[in-house]
Design a protein around this ligand. Structure first.
Ligand SMILES: NC(=O)c1ccc[n+]([C@@H]2O[C@H](COP(=O)([O-])OP(=O)(O)OC[C@H]3O[C@@H](n4cnc5c(N)ncnc54)[C@H](O)[C@@H]3O)[C@@H](O)[C@H]2O)c1
Length: 475
């Protein structure tokens, strides 16, 4: 039996509470949250109640929580061994530096920071203090990308000559996060190539085991602009929008009916999960009725997770409608204050000569990441989706086709990556235990994550200044 890790949570929002908090509730033998900092009183109390955190360990912000552990301002005693920083993008650096300096080992949400200087500082301070600082690159922990990396490393594809990777953000996810939601403005969060694609840039260099030497980029905010609004559309969908029956972005269609989410599952899943998602899409009344017999159908009928959980704390249909009336997620997508791109392409040269393209756009019918790799001996095609994932390798000489089902073994987010990332982080903290080296080696330290973040900053500079960036100069 191993020791339960005690941890503090900074930012009990969607990731902090719904992902890492829920993991702790499912695995009380592995981790226990013993203190929380969260300015939103409802979120703070809910997190504290779920994790049995006493009032004296509940804080409105991270400063007093960490001050208590500092020898000059508090007792010098930490609340536990680990700290999670799950605040918004621009609020990562200060709490992380402070927590490292009082001796916590840390899991920090991506992007690690929103400037190159802060990213470097985080990597430096983690090394100076000798603490662990890992960045939540969840894709490294998926069965899908782990398998793809293995195939590349096996040499079966021969020399890798060309890679084309697509991050197909669905039109409704784009509208939710990058037009109406938290990541819509560069100034408040980050350029989309950093916010959405630091994962993709990380996974490309992680799978290939080499860095990029130079890159260029094009892209813009093309569609979600006021001039593209259908005639007569009001600021909020529920203010009598004349396009309510035809506009795909009509907010109640996305959040209350939730049809786009079920369609995404149905399009990418197999077997029973596919049938269930189809049934939820076409006959929700039947799924609700059958929910009395099958708990998984009941969960589907009463689904409360993302993106609904972001719109309302208690996402009943009534509460969702109320939140959409005047809240950010009820706004017409053509009348928001968004400025991040809705499409961008990055062209890269990698160290061993391969040309690599990353295409990211927010207009996909079905959400997913597609990868195509041409090698001198075989070609690989891969699809990573909400409901399931697969890889196919076609050998040039034999014409043999080898298929792998790389769908997640667990139902956690990001194709099972969320669960396995937590598992690996906690394993890395348990001294003396013979950790599964394979899994913990997938963790990305701040120093390792620096490279993908620098590539994102370089891509943004290349796009804005229409130039080719030499990564060596940029580093
Ligand atoms: N790893 C991934 O794949 C992944 C996926 C989604 C989001 N993220 C990242 O996770 C981070 C959090 O995203 P989210 O969707 O959970 O956001 P969120 O807004 O739901 O949660 C952030 C929380 O931080 C709290 N907060 C603000 N100021 C604070 C302070 N001074 N002290 C303590 N808490 C404070 C907010 O009140 C909020 O509850 C973001 O950086 C986001 O980009 C990562």
């Amino acid at each position: 039996m191993y020791k339960t890790i005690e941890a503090i949570m900074i930012g009990a929002g969607q990731r902090g509470s719904d992902v890492y908090g829920e993991y702790a509730l499912r695995h009380p033998d592995q981790i226990r949250f013993v203190a929380v900092a969260e300015p939103d009183a409802e979120r703070r109390q809910r997190f504290a109640e779920k994790h049995n955190i006493p009032l004296e360990n509940q804080f409105e912000t991270w400063q007093p929580l960490l001050a208590q552990s500092h020898p000059s301002t508090g007792s010098g005693q930490r609340f536990g061994q680990a700290a999670f920083v799950c605040t918004q993008d621009q609020q990562h650096t200060a709490p992380t530096l402070a927590a490292l300096r009082v001796g916590y080992d840390m899991l920090l949400e991506k992007p690690m920071a929103t400037t190159a200087e802060e990213c470097r500082q985080l990597a430096d301070v983690a090394e100076e203090t000798g603490r662990q600082l890992h960045i939540c690159h969840v894709l490294r922990f998926t069965k899908h990308f782990t398998k793809m990396r293995q195939i590349i490393h096996s040499g079966d594809l021969g020399e890798i000559v060309s890679v084309s990777h697509r991050e197909n953000v669905s039109w409704w996810h784009m509208a939710h996060s990058f037009v109406r939601g938290n990541w819509r403005k560069k100034e408040d969060s980050a350029p989309m190539i950093l916010a959405k694609c630091c994962h993709d840039l990380d996974i490309l260099i992680w799978m290939m085991d080499q860095n990029s030497t130079q890159l260029s980029s094009v892209g813009s905010l093309m569609h979600y602009r006021p001039e593209n609004a259908p005639e007569g559309t009001p600021k909020y969908c529920l203010d009598g929008c004349p396009a309510a029956e035809t506009c795909p972005h009509y907010a109640p269609f996305i959040y209350v009916e939730l049809l786009p989410l079920w369609r995404n599952y149905a399009d990418t899943a197999k077997g029973i999960p596919r049938l269930a998602a189809q049934a939820q899409e076409r006959a929700p009344g039947l799924v609700r009725a059958l929910g009395n017999l099958a708990p998984s159908l009941r969960e589907m009928a009463d689904y409360r997770g993302w993106p609904r959980s972001v719109v309302a704390q208690d996402p009943t249909p009534e509460n969702l409608m109320e939140a959409l009336r005047q809240g950010p997620y009820g706004r017409c997508v053509y009348h928001c204050d968004n400025d991040v791109v809705d499409h961008q392409v990055v062209n890269m040269q990698f160290e061993e000569g391969a040309s690599v393209t990353l295409t990211m756009h927010g207009h996909s019918h079905v959400e997913g990441r597609f990868t195509r790799i041409q090698g001198s001996r075989a070609e690989l095609q891969a699809s990573f989706g909400y409901g399931g994932s697969r890889i196919e390798v076609n050998e040039h000489r034999s014409d043999r086709s080898i298929r792998y089902d790389t769908s997640a073994d667990n139902s956690s987010g990001h194709g099972g990556g969320d669960e396995r990332l937590m598992n690996a982080f906690l394993m890395s903290l348990r001294e003396g235990e013979s950790a599964e080296l394979e899994l913990t080696s997938h963790l990305s330290t701040a120093r390792q994550s620096l490279e993908s973040h620098l590539m994102a900053f370089a891509a943004e500079e290349a796009r804005l200044k229409a130039k080719v960036v030499q990564m060596e100069m940029f580093r």
